[in-house]
Each structure stands twice: as C-alpha cells, then as structure tokens.
Design a protein around this ligand. Structure first.
Ligand code: SER
Length: 882
C-alpha cells in the first residue's frame, strides 16, 4: 500500500467516482437546508430531497467529500483517538441507478485497487437477513462466507434521524493487524478497539421512516455511502489514530507549541492538544458557514465547543487569547479545497477573539465558584451539584451546561440536570415564542395533499403582475371546500400565479383575484413546503367555486415598492462588504414595500462615515441605471461567478442568480427591478446591534425614501417658521436656545434656592417634636437635590437634635433626602432606614448612612402624605433606645 496524504486520498476518491459517471459536487454547507437537522451530519444530507423523491436530480450519480459535524459525543472528543466534532465524509450516491451490487463493486475496487488495501484484511458486514448483500460479497466479490459478518440493527441499519430516508447497510472493516489490538481474547470483527476499523459504510437507502416508526419503501432504490477521510488516512498512513494523520498532526503540534504542551508527556496535556485542535478546526468551519455563537441551536454548539477549547487552553496554563494562533496551520492543511476558511478569515478571527475575551473574563470567576461548590458538596458527602448553580454558571458566567458537567465529572460529582432544565425551559419558551412569530410558512396535511396531486405552484410573477389562471383549491379550517361566499376569509390555491409567497426575506404580495361571479382581496401570500403558493383572501363580492377561471392581479404599486427595496438590499449587501470587509455576511433580511431591514455579521457599530460610504455606493449604483441580469444556472457555476449564497438557500439543480453586472451577484428567488435606476433614492435611517456580532440596518428606497425626505423637510419647514430662521441656521439656533435655556434654568434655580433659604426660619419654627428629637419637613420643586441638601445642612446647624426630611421634586426625578445631627443619631435615628421606609411607600428605593440618606421616588403625588408620617416613624425609632 502506497503512503498518501489526506488531500491525495480525497482527490483519488472523487476522481475515481467521477470516472465512474458520478457528478462531483464541492462540499455543501455545514448548515443544512433541513429543519430536522442542526448540522450536515453525513454526505447524504444535502441530497435528502432526491432520496425521498421530493425533487428530481438532473443526474443519477453524485460524489462528494462533505464536511460534517456530529455533536452527539462532544465530551469524548480529545479523550479518544477517533472522536471528532468536524470530519470529512467521502461519499458516492446513486439516485435510483446502481444498487447493492454496484456499490459493493465500487467500494471493493476503490479500496483494494486504488488505495491498495490488502483484500485479505477486509471484512464485509451485512444486515442480519440481507441475503442479497451476502450473495454479492460472497459470489460477486469473492469474499469467503466465514469472513462475512451478520450484525443487527444497531450496527447495520442506518437512518439519518428518527424520521427520513434509511436502509440496511453493509460495512467494510479493515484489520490493522495485531499491533493495534486491545489484546482481549475475544478481539475480532465488531471489537471497539483500533484493530478492526470500520472504514466504509454502504447504505442501501430504500425506506423512508415515518413519524409512527413504520418503514415506507422509497420510490426508488438508492445508494448512500460514507467513509471518514481522517480514518482512511490513518489506515493508509499506518498511524495510531486520526490525530496522527497529516490532516490533524500539524494542528496538534501547533496547539502544543502555543499552549506549551509536550505531546506524549502526560495524558492531560495530550488530551488538551487534541481537544483544542479538533474544536478550533470545527469552530473555524462553522463560522465560515455563517454559524455565530448563541444560546440556541447550532450557535450553542459552536459556543460550547469554543468554550471547551478555551477551558482546555486555560488548563494548560494559557492566559491570553490563543486560538487564532492555530489559524495559519489550519489554512495550510485545509485551505484547499475549503477556500471559505480563507475568505472568511476576518469573521472567524472576530468571532473567535470575541468569545475568547468574553469567556476569558468570566471563566476564572466561574471556575472559582464551581470549585467552592464542589468542595462543599464533597465535604458534606453529597454527590450532585444543584441545577440552579449550573444555571447560574450558565447564565452569569457563560458556562455551557456540558462544560460544568465535565468539570464536575472530573471530580466525581454529577449535576442535577432537571433543576437546570427547569430554569432553562423558561428562557427557551420565550425564544420559541419569538421563533414561531417569525415563521411565515403555512403548514397542514391538506396542502401536502394538494401539492402531491398538482405539484408546486407555477410562479409567473417575475415577468408579469397580472394573469388569467384557475382556482385549484379553496381551503378553510384545514379542509378543502368547494365554495366560499362573500365575507368569508379563506385560502386559495391557483394553478399559476403572479403573487409572490412570503420567503427569502421578501413579504408576500397583496392584490385581487376576480372571477365572473366574485371578487376577492388578497391580504397576504405565503408558501407551503417552499413551493406551493397559498393566497390568503377575503371574498368581498359574490361567491367562488373550485375550478373557476380568474384574473389574479398583484397590487402593482406595492410590488414596485417591494422590488425597489429588494434590489437595494442586494446593493447594500455588496456596499457593506466593500466598506467593512469580506466578513460581512447576510444574517437575515426583511424586504417590504415600505422599508428594508438587513442583518449582517460585523462586530462593531458602524461609524457615521461607514454608513455614509455604504449609502453613497448604493446610490451611485442606482444612478448608473444598470440593467439587472437574471441567470438560471447550477450551484457550482453560481459560486464560480462569485454569487453570494445565503445559508438557507435551497440546493436545487438550478439556482437563480440576480446579478447587477459589474457590481454584485446573489442567489435569490425574489422579485427585482429591471434596472437599478428603478430603485429610486436610497436612504439608511438606522443602524443597531441585534445580538452578538450581528448588526441591523434599516433603510428606505424609492417612494418610501421620498416620503421620508418629505417628512423631514416638513419638519424643517415647521421649525423654520416657528424659530424664524432659514434651514441652514436651524442647528445653530437650537443650540443657542438650549444654552440660553440652561442659563435661565440655572438662574431660576438660584432664585428658588435663595427663596428657600429665606424661608428656613419658618420651617425651623414649624419643627415637630418626636420623642427626644425634632423633625423638620419640607418640599421643594425645581431645585436640584444638591441645593436641597444645602438647605438641609443649614437647618441641621440651627437646631440641636434634629432630623430633616426634604423632598426635591424635579422634572427628571424626585428624591427624598434625610439628614440627622449627631445627637439625633445618638437617640437611635437612622436616616437609611427612614428613607427606605418612606421611599418604599413612594414606589422607589435608596439608602445611606444613619446621619444622611436619600431615596429616589416615583409616586410624586403621595410625597406630602408620606412625609407627614415621618415624625411617627422617627418617634418609633427613638423609642427603641429609651
Ligand atoms: N449516511 C451513512 C453514514 O453516515 C453513509 O454515508 O454512515
């Protein structure tokens, strides 16, 4: 067997299958277009719709080296030689073309003839009762019967998840020889040790597992195979684990250098180096595919592994951010073919460094708290960390639950997961409610049925906004109905429609649908399963029946507004990339007829200049009046022309690229203007942060911008008139007025204070005896609390044994200030307690020392009443001491 690099093996695989009629695809994103999966967990994931027969591929055979992430065993990564979060899966796929025999022949030929594995060391396993597979290995390939192993469902039946495509499988096991054996007497095929390595899984994809667990035969028999590249490399390079292959070793070595670890000198250091290498690699790939750290879903997985890597760095004694020191090595090993690692460098850097600095700050504090808690548990002979401590660590110190668990487990303590989950559930429910509100697809089996019968709706809205068409179905209350009458609100499905269904950030169209006997207003248009267009209508005249011929007309004016905003979103996206850098990636968008919202990845608030620059670039493109080009092509060519692709973009055989020649290109299914000049004026009106590393721009285009400018100019005109200055002098005038106002307010305050001081004697005369002390109460409006305090001071000097309680009521805030002299304090007066009581009654709070305290208050109108209770409270206080 010839020694080969990992990269060569990848290329050998793809070219072998290409020669055998397979279409080669570059790796698809780690973020699947599939709500049932968090990550792409296998090479077959992007092809799922083809296996299920939901979409027809334009090819029958495909092959990929697919980046995959599996998250089921993260805590074991680093502890063993073969667990990873990210790995590459080499796969060949047949969609209703060759089946078991073809798959077995390809796999055998590739491994024995191309890679050069010794056939006498290869053992096929088959699913228990799969006689067909047995015959193929035995007769066709020539493997003797005793070397074919029959295994059960756990080993030899593969499914993508609880529901979805699945089937029996056959694995190829390679015997690495006795040197790799665990040495147990029963070590043989099926042993978990390193000797009998499972290298390739051939899945005979022939069923779809339904919700109820039953297996439904798929329309066609398919093949899905998967072989871990790292594992294959470890076999070919004859090393004892994936971390020793050329795909990983440079990263492990670099981790050791950066963290001061001597590999092989202790399990703790070795493990840290493996954790850091694996997690940094996965982290960089995830970020490059648009995943950002968060507390939910895939963002949580990213955060969890990033923070686990940071902790292992800390355990090795690293005090500073260090992960990006591994980046050049990663690019050396994986930058070809994974260019995204290079293209997204600045995003990767920003995200990693932000997490490192954030978590770096709280990690130590959190660990200290955790150590104390563990110490208490161990000394009291307990064995479980309470759930609320785990939650506090999560919430306040950013410890992913699993990290807390791992630290605890290292000391033999478990964590009360239920307690933690209880607390989490509350937070999650809020998040889920938010997500539900933003999902605009319509669900329901009635739509599945309609779609099965009639196929997806033909969308004609790219070229026209009105059209003669036919009603395919009327749906109400999740049932198909035959007729609806005036006043009904119902759902219509047409055979063809110019109405755009909400999707890709663009809102659904509105308009009218008219037939001979009725007229309906379309209030919104949504989609079912991505391509069945559903019109929400209110019948305003007559009655409508299924099958009616109708005229469907989109509200033209509104559609124009939507187009302007959508096309300008593309211009803005490109402009931001030019102004801020290549790390800018779309994180979401909302395109309506009135405004657009564009969310994108960037770590800092934009400066005024950056906003202005982006806006100018967009407006300049608009003035160029470039005609847009719409290109239908395949994903590979789209990537070649540099089209920006969104993470939730569908991988159809053909994709639609919206191009502004010479400026930008983007995968998009939305409706657009014919030429950029149609967009009209463009104006950014707001820029804000909406989450870690995500910014949001709100902007107007076309008539909305004009409306925005009109309102502004109305405001300016009104101000000009009121202030009697021309527009260009307004700012100066307002500043002068503010200065003047401030001066007047200061003078007024001084006068009020003087007045207050002149009335001190009246207040003193009105002092109220309360046991051994006197109480003086007063209220002031429009005097700062500082001034009120100086009034209090004067009073304190005038009487001995006094408590002064004064309220200062101002526009911005109201306060109660209490002061007592030494004698009064000696009699037990505590101003702190006093203001807490009074402040509390007034819906506020505060505190202070026994001789001086203050509280903010909210219920201003109750101040008088509350102050009048002061002597009584003070009397009670002094009563405590005599
Ligand atoms: N989908 C199968 C697996 O992941 C074969 O690729 O093992």
């Amino acid at each position: 067997m010839q020694w080969r690099r990992g990269k060569e093996l990848r290329e050998l695989f793809l070219s072998y299958f290409e020669k055998n009629g397979h279409r080669v695809f570059p790796s698809f994103s780690l973020v699947p277009d599939d709500p049932t999966l968090l990550f792409t967990i296998a090479g077959m994931v992007p092809f799922k719709p083809y296996f299920l027969g939901m979409r027809k591929p334009g090819f029958k055979r495909a092959t990929t080296a697919q980046k995959c992430v599996r998250t089921n065993d993260i805590d074991n990564v680093g502890r063993t030689a073969r667990h990873h979060t990210l790995f590459e899966m080499l796969g060949n796929f047949s969609f209703g073309d060759y089946f078991k025999s073809g798959a077995a022949a390809f796999a055998w030929e590739f491994l024995t003839e191309k890679v050069g594995l010794d056939p006498s060391r290869l053992y096929p396993t088959i699913y228990r009762e799969d006689e067909e597979a047995f015959e193929i290995w035995n007769r066709q390939i020539g493997v003797s019967a005793e070397r074919i192993y029959r295994l059960g469902e756990a080993d030899n039946f593969w499914s993508v998840g609880p529901v979805g495509p699945c089937g029996p499988c056959s694995e190829l096991i390679y015997d690495q020889g006795p040197l790799f054996s665990c040495g147990r007497p029963d070590c043989g095929v099926g042993c978990e040790c390193d000797r009998f390595l499972e290298v390739w899984n051939l899945v005979f994809m022939q069923y779809n597992r339904l919700e109820d667990g039953s297996l439904e035969p798929l329309p066609k028999q398919n093949i899905d195979t998967g072989m871990g590249l790292e594992r294959l490399a470890s076999v070919v390079q004859q090393v004892s684990g994936d971390f020793q292959t050329d795909l990983f070793k440079p990263l492990v070595d670099r981790s050791c250098e950066v963290c001061g670890i001597e590999y092989g000198k202790g399990e703790a250091g070795d493990m840290a180096a493996r954790v850091i290498s694996d997690h940094f690699r996965a982290t960089a790939f995830m970020i490059a595919d648009g995943v950002l750290p968060s507390n939910e879903g895939r963002g949580y997985v990213l955060r969890r592994i990033l923070r686990r890597a940071i902790r292992f760095g800390k355990l090795s004694g690293v005090e500073k951010p260090f992960l990006m020191d591994l980046y050049p090595t990663l690019v050396e090993v994986m930058g070809d073919p994974y260019r995204e690692l290079i293209d997204q460098r600045s995003l990767i850097e920003q995200v990693v460094e932000m997490e490192e600095s954030r978590f770096g700050r709280t990690l130590e504090q959190g660990l200290r708290l955790l150590e104390t808690e563990i110490g208490t548990i161990l000394s009291s002979k307990g064995d479980s960390l309470p759930g609320d401590v785990a939650f506090e660590l999560y919430d306040t110190f950013g410890f992913p639950f699993e990290l807390t668990e791992e630290v605890c487990q290292e000391q033999g303590v478990s964590v009360n997961r239920d307690g933690f989950t209880d607390q989490m559930e509350k937070q999650r429910e809020r998040a889920r409610a938010g997500a539900r509100a933003s999902s605009r697809q319509i669900g329901g089996s009635v739509f599945d049925k309609i779609r099965d019968e009639s196929g997806p709706t033909k969308f004609a809205g790219y070229v026209s906004d009105s059209l003669k068409t036919r009603i395919l179905a009327i749906v109400s209350g999740e049932k198909k109905i035959s007729r609806a009458v005036s006043g009904d609100e119902t759902l219509l499905i047409l055979s063809e429609t110019p109405f755009y269904g909400d999707g890709g950030g663009q809102v659904g169209d509105r308009g009218t649908i008219t037939g001979d006997s009725f007229k309906a207003e379309v209030t919104d248009t949504v989609k079912h399963a991505g391509d069945l267009i559903v019109h929400k209508v209110r019948i305003i005249e007559g009655d409508v029946s299924g099958g009616d011929t109708v005229l469907a007309e989109v509200d033209h004016e509104r559609r124009m507004g939507i187009k302007s905003h959508h096309s300008s979103t593309h211009l803005l996206h490109e402009a931001l990339t030019r102004v801020l850098g290549d790390h800018v990636t779309q994180a979401g968008s909302l395109v309506t007829d009135e405004f657009l919202r564009f969310d994108f990845t960037h770590m800092k608030a934009l400066t005024g200049k950056e906003i202005e620059d982006a806006e100018r670039i967009v407006n300049r493109q608009i003035l160029e009046n470039t005609p847009l080009e719409i290109i239908q092509t395949d994903l590979v060519s789209a990537r070649k022309i540099g089209a920006k692709a969104l993470f939730d973009e569908k991988y159809g055989e053909t994709v639609r690229v919206v191009k502004v020649p010479g400026f930008s290109a983007e995968l998009c299914g939305g409706t657009h203007v014919d030429a950029t000049g149609d967009i009209g004026p463009f104006k950014i009106v707001r820029e804000e942060g909406i989450g870690s590393g995500v910014r949001r721009i709100t902007a107007f285009a076309g008539l909305s911008s004009l409306e925005h400018f009109r309102k502004l100019s109305d405001t300016v005109a009104a101000l000009e008139e009121r202030l009697s200055v021309p527009g260009d002098k307004l700012e100066k005038k307002v500043c002068e007025m503010q200065d003047e106002n401030r001066k007047l307010a200061g003078e007024l305050e001084k006068l009020r204070l003087r007045l207050a001081l002149s009335r001190i004697d009246e207040l003193v005369a009105a002092k109220i005896p309360a046991g051994p002390v006197y109480v003086v109460v007063g209220q002031y409006e429009g005097i700062s609390s500082d001034s009120v305090r100086s009034v209090g001071d004067r009073i304190r000097q005038k009487i001995s044994g006094v408590v002064v309680i004064l309220a200062a009521i101002n526009k911005e805030q109201a306060m109660v200030i209490a002061m007592a002299d030494k004698k009064a304090v000696g009699h037990g007066v505590d101003c702190g307690r006093l203001v807490r009581t009074i402040g509390g009654e007034l819906g506020g709070g505060g505190g202070g020392r026994p001789d001086m305290a203050q509280a903010g208050v909210r219920d201003i109108e109750k101040i008088g009443a509350a102050l009048s209770r002061a002597p009584e409270i003070i009397f009670a206080m002094t009563g405590e001491t005599h």
